[in-house]
Design a protein. Structure first.
Length: 148
């Protein structure tokens, strides 16, 4: 997780100081979705049963001031309820909210959705590698394993 945060910070910094980054990022494409077709949310939890919206568990999510939604989905043949916070248009924006929510939800993570509300992908290293490559022309560097 720390490597993901460092990569995002590096990406944001590079985009802020790179003249051509904005244009390159506009060309980003993931699984057939362009950057303009994606939005991002933070998933704070998933349960097999719906929880009461008044539950103390969701207090920190509601305190963000952003929308909190429950999404019913089928995973591995079983129904689950995903609890999502926000609706963001950029990776740096969702990463900021994720950092805020991690204080209350250790397992929270960012997810990309199409603007038509189709779940596209969790924001993991493979997603970030493609995003970084398309936006900066560089790939994330792999760490070499230390020999003992």
């Amino acid at each position: 997780m720390k490597s993901t945060k460092v990569l995002l910070l590096l990406l944001v910094t590079m985009c802020q100081f790179s003249i051509g980054c904005k244009e390159k990022c506009e060309e980003f494409n993931y699984k057939g979705y362009s950057k303009a077709d994606l939005k991002f949310v933070v998933q704070v939890a998933a349960f097999s049963e719906q929880i009461d919206p008044e539950s103390a568990f969701l207090d920190a999510a509601f305190m963000t001031g952003d929308d909190v939604t429950a999404e019913e989905a089928t995973v591995g043949g079983k129904n689950v309820y995903r609890y999502l916070v926000g609706d963001y248009l950029s990776i740096p924006e969702v990463q900021g909210k994720l950092d805020e929510l991690k204080a209350s939800y250790d397992d929270a993570f960012a997810v990309a959705y199409s603007l038509g509300d189709e779940r596209v992908a969790a924001i993991d290293d493979s997603f970030l590698n493609l995003y970084m490559q398309e936006c900066t022309g560089k790939k994330k560097k792999k760490r070499k394993k230390r020999k003992k």
